[in-house]
Design a binder for this molecule. Structure first.
Ligand SMILES: Nc1ncnc2c1ncn2[C@@H]1O[C@H](COP(=O)(O)OP(=O)(O)OP(=O)(O)O)[C@@H](O)[C@H]1O
Ligand SMILES: [Mg+2]
Length: 288
């Protein structure tokens, strides 16, 4: 009867029932095995270095894309306000008030772009400047950066923030989250108009605050819901009304930032009725 030989590793593994192997066999195999192990160890070290290098490059690639995405959000108002200022300055009757206002809005967005760049790099390095922040102040700042008056796009804006609501957060990062959600909502309602509501209340029993961005846009089909927080998922294939096409990074950035704040982000959507994004963040525990 013929037996198939066992693989090398099994053949030389001593077992209780097996007698010890002839010294001659062990003597021949041991130096070879150690050479093989050393070679494999070298290969493993090499592969580990390569993996670390590709992970580093992938992180740099993602961060670059994220910064480009956030800059794009802020460059739109910078470009349009600078154009207002230039057109007025070159006209026969320059309107100094308008020029001053346009330049100050451009400056605000440019300043924010610098802060966002620093915040994104901080996030990549795992550091943040956390502080106690007023939710009302966050929302007011973001609405300033949004630049274009929502009414001009046929949007009714409602802001309902419970008084005195505070969170422990990096304000630049949280403003980015809100900005991304508001830009998505405005984009979703660009065709037909609608209403945009920003709401924040404390959820005392959970020691959390709940911040919502609610729109009455076309909604998101159920089958797309699991995909929308994935990086690079977008349905905005073509450029519309002067806006760049989507990169699909907005919501994945929101998720990353909210989770970095030990919170969570959820979505509810009904096709034809609208979409609600809800963020839960830990509430500041009042020190006695
Ligand atoms: N308020 C909303 N109403 C309807 N669909 C939405 C809404 N918010 C997000 N979506 C859907 O989720 C997708 C992913 O959103 P995300 O913000 O990540 O990327 P994007 O908006 O497509 O691109 P970018 O943020 O780079 O402009 C969108 O393409 C859109 O299909
Ligand atoms: Mg977006």
């Amino acid at each position: 009867m013929l037996f198939k030989p066992l693989p090398v590793a099994n053949r030389y593994r001593p077992t209780v029932s097996e007698p010890t192997y002839p010294p001659s066999v062990v003597d021949i195999e041991v130096p070879d095995l150690s050479a093989v192990v050393e070679q494999m160890q070298n290969q493993l070290d090499f592969l580990r270095d390569q993996l670390l290098e590709s992970q580093r490059l992938a992180t740099i690639g993602t961060i670059t894309a994220v910064i480009a995405h956030e800059f794009n959000n802020l460059l739109t108002p910078i470009v349009s306000y600078s154009q207002y200022a230039l057109t007025s300055a070159e006209s026969a009757t320059p309107d100094m008030d308008l020029i001053r206002k346009a330049l100050s809005k451009s400056f605000q967005s440019a300043d924010k772009a610098g802060k966002i760049c620093a915040a994104m790099l901080g996030l990549a390095r795992g550091e943040s400047t956390f502080q106690n922040v007023s939710v009302q102040k966050l929302v007011d700042e973001v609405l300033l950066v949004m630049a274009r008056d929502p009414q001009k796009d046929g949007l009714a804006l409602r802001v309902q923030i419970a008084p005195g609501l505070m969170v422990h957060a990096d304000p630049v990062q949280l403003e980015q989250v809100l900005l991304n959600l508001l830009i998505n909502a405005r984009h979703a309602m660009a065709a037909r108009g609608g209403s945009l509501t920003i709401k924040a209340i404390p959820v005392e029993e959970q020691h959390e605050i709940r911040l919502q961005v609610i729109d009455t846009g076309p909604g998101i089909p159920e089958k797309l819901i699991p995909k929308i927080f994935q990086p690079f998922f977008t349905t905005k294939g073509t450029a519309k009304r002067g806006e760049a096409k989507g990169t699909g990074l907005g919501l994945s950035i929101c998720k990353e930032i909210v989770e970095h704040h030990k919170g969570r982000i959820e979505v509810e959507s009904v096709v034809g009725k609208g979409t609600t994004f809800t963020i839960y963040l830990p509430q500041i525990v009042a020190s006695c």
